[in-house]
Design a protein. Structure first.
Length: 518
């Protein structure tokens, strides 16, 4: 079995696989050896090293977008061991001692790693931030993603908490910490029963609220705290679902007199992340009001679209697509392709003619593809092909992994030049005979004739102007030619894809009346 060399994207492929009687070639992406090249667009997906170092495509990590209510947002997408590049005017980044996840384990999303008890991030709230204001505490949200690698009592995710002179040396502020496997929030000397601060009739209320769910290790989950200053409701959320409700009123019930909330102006310590916490933190955010929350760590849908690939020949046939993917917990990978003998732009869609080089009727449609299933013979062929993969997650919590893709194509080069055996001059005619091509898809032959070598613009034959199509035969007689005029004749073969071979040997003949009747 011989192998046909094939030029694809600047890389010469010579791989073949026997499917039935066809020898086909493989175009490959991903896996252990190949990358994801010749890609036109990656939308909400990204490449990651998976198991056994294969280069996979997965749904992109979800990252909140800052808006007018965002007070602080640390995404850690560009962080180093000692630098966090996110910048917000009401905070100053201080000490940074973390392990960026990309330096630790590539299968972990981009996040800040706290792998030692000494790892920490310190951020100083400045005037104008949510927590540094002379006015009563307004509504706010704190949310983040956690991936604990170990959970111990007292491990703190975030805290702004220290003794102050104002409280007589007692601690004040808040912290989020683990107790018995669940995340708890403590507010101490922050909320007060209304009274006169100067006379001491104002009384501090100790607020402790805990999530109902235990936080698992080695899993990403989203945690949030929302405080509504208008109703006094303190809500803890786990993966965007309500986990715990606490009414910060004098009665501890809905409709009671609201507690007064404020942070001490003497609380001049840094807000710290990851104190005695082991694991990863991502997308730490402080917002004014009730922030829009997302209940997953991945974008829900993504798309990978190839460029328009030149397969070399008009008659190239698509045999099948085969991909390797992990699709668990309701996730899915779906493939589509389209093919045409005419080049089209990667963005071309029917109805969007401004993005196409072709009329709308000739823009190929996207066709869904089954994994490792052969296309019906002759159903998909053409020179230009494009594919796309759509990745679907489950509620943002799970992502499929596309490990590799192989597209099998059967090349169909133009026919070989036919062998012209003879050109016999006749009276006002020439009889041609040749050896029929061995290619099974040759549908006929074109006869070229003219009055000079390799210039075939003849117009005398009864069958028509050159070239004359004569069908799938091995002989033809051109009548209507002029006697005593020299004709130069050659033929080509044409296949079902309208691909034409090179020219046969050229014959030179002179019809004459001396040959009598044909």
């Amino acid at each position: 079995m011989s192998s046909i060399l094939f030029l694809f994207g600047g890389v010469l492929y010579a791989q073949t696989e026997r499917i039935g009687r066809a020898e086909v070639q493989e175009l490959g992406w991903g896996g252990l050896e190949k990358g994801w090249e010749n890609i036109f667009e990656m939308k909400d997906v990204e490449e990651k090293r998976g198991e056994l170092s294969s280069l996979d495509v997965v749904l992109a990590d979800y990252s909140p977008v800052p808006d007018e209510n965002t007070d602080l947002l640390l995404t850690f997408d560009r962080s180093t061991m000692h630098t966090v590049y996110d910048s917000f005017p009401h905070y100053t980044i201080g000490k940074v001692d973390i392990f960026p996840s990309q330096n630790y384990k590539e299968s972990i999303r981009k996040a800040a790693g706290f792998l030692r008890y000494s790892n920490i991030i310190e951020v100083m709230p400045r005037e104008g931030s949510v927590f540094r204001s002379d006015t009563p505490l307004k509504s706010f949200t704190i949310d983040f993603y956690l991936y604990p690698t170990s959970i111990t009592n007292g491990g703190s995710v975030v805290e702004w908490y220290a003794p102050t002179v104002e409280t007589g040396g007692n601690p004040t502020g808040f912290k989020a910490f683990f107790k018995n496997g669940r995340l708890h929030w403590l507010f101490e000397n922050v909320f007060y029963i209304r009274g006169n601060k100067a006379t001491g009739s104002e009384k501090a209320v100790y607020v402790l609220a805990g999530e109902l769910e235990k936080t698992p290790v080695n899993e990403w989950h989203h945690h949030a705290l929302q405080y509504d200053a208008n109703s006094g409701l303190l809500t803890l959320l786990y993966d965007s679902r309500e986990s715990s409700l606490t009414w910060l009123t004098e009665t501890g019930k809905e409709g009671g007199t609201l507690l007064q909330g404020r942070f001490s102006s003497y609380l001049a310590v840094e807000l710290t992340l990851g104190k005695q916490f082991l694991g990863f933190i991502d997308n730490f955010r402080i917002s004014r009001g009730a922030a829009q929350l997302y209940n997953g760590k991945f974008i829900n849908e993504g798309q990978l679209i190839s460029d328009v690939l030149d397969l070399g020949y008009r008659g190239t046939k698509l045999v099948k697509f085969r991909w390797d993917s992990t699709e668990e917990n309701g996730t899915a990978v779906r493939f589509f392709c389209r093919i045409s003998n005419d080049y089209f732009l990667p963005t071309a869609q029917p109805g969007e003619l401004e993005s196409s080089l072709l009329p709308e009727a000739r823009i190929p449609q996207w066709i869904p593809v089954k994994n490792n299933s052969e296309f019906p013979a002759g159903s998909f062929s053409g020179r230009y092909m494009q594919w796309k993969a759509e990745l679907y997650g489950t509620r943002g919590l799970y992502s499929p992994s596309l490990h590799s893709l192989t597209v099998f194509v059967e090349s169909d080069p133009p026919p070989s030049p036919p062998t012209l055996i003879e050109a016999v001059p006749l009276n006002g005619a020439v009889r041609l005979r040749w050896v029929k091509n061995r290619e099974s898809d040759v549908r006929g032959y074109l006869v070229y004739y003219g009055d000079s070598s390799k210039t075939y613009f003849g117009r005398d034959a009864d069958l028509g102007d050159a070239p004359v199509f004569v069908g799938n035969t091995d002989t033809v007689t051109l009548t209507g030619l002029k006697n005593e005029q020299v004709y130069f004749i050659s033929i080509t073969a044409v296949d079902d894809a309208d691909q034409e071979s090179g020219f046969s040997k050229e014959f030179i003949v002179r019809p004459s009346g001396i040959y009598g009747k044909n």
